[in-house]
Design a protein around this ligand. Structure first.
Ligand code: DQA
Length: 143
């Protein structure tokens, strides 16, 4: 099974950005955890991060026919991007939404998730662990 993990804007700043919300571990630590978990479970993984909405759309489109599932944390684009929602719908791959923080307990503007409307499952507020749970869910349901 091949899984694409997509991370949106400012997630490359983990460890520096708002540690009280996102924790002290950096983006490299997140990637290492995802790679180790995927290896342990015997799945191939590609991790992609971009600060640009169009680049994320391009990556989702390029996954068509190449990957079996997507784990996506669209970060701030979660709450604004119809383009990412449409891209997920266009490729039709099972997608799982992840948020490190518990967006349900944060500002009003974080209460809508466009990408989530095209996702089969969401893991919210579990820190980095949400990515492992999302990978496990895709394996359980779609491998
Ligand atoms: C986030 C939550 C978003 O609201 C925020 O814009 C992010 C990160 C999270 O992982 O908790 O950048 O997606």
């Amino acid at each position: 099974m091949k899984i694409l993990v997509i991370n949106g804007p400012n997630l490359n700043m983990l460890g520096i950005r708002e540690p009280a919300i996102y924790g002290a571990q950096n983006y490299d630590a997140l990637c290492k955890m995802i790679n180790a978990h995927s290896a342990e479970k015997g799945v191939e993984v590609k991790i992609f991060q971009s600060n640009h909405e169009g680049a994320m759309v391009d990556e989702i489109q390029a996954a068509y026919g190449k990957f079996d599932g997507i784990v996506i944390n669209p970060a701030a684009y979660t709450h604004t991007s119809v383009a990412i929602l449409d891209a997920l719908k266009a490729v039709g791959l099972p997608a799982v939404e992840v948020h490190i923080s518990d967006v349900s307990k944060r500002e009003d503007f974080r209460q809508i998730s466009y990408a989530g409307m095209a996702c089969v499952k969401s893991y919210i507020g579990l820190g980095f662990e949400g990515y492992c749970k999302a990978i496990d869910y895709l394996i359980e349901k779609y491998a």
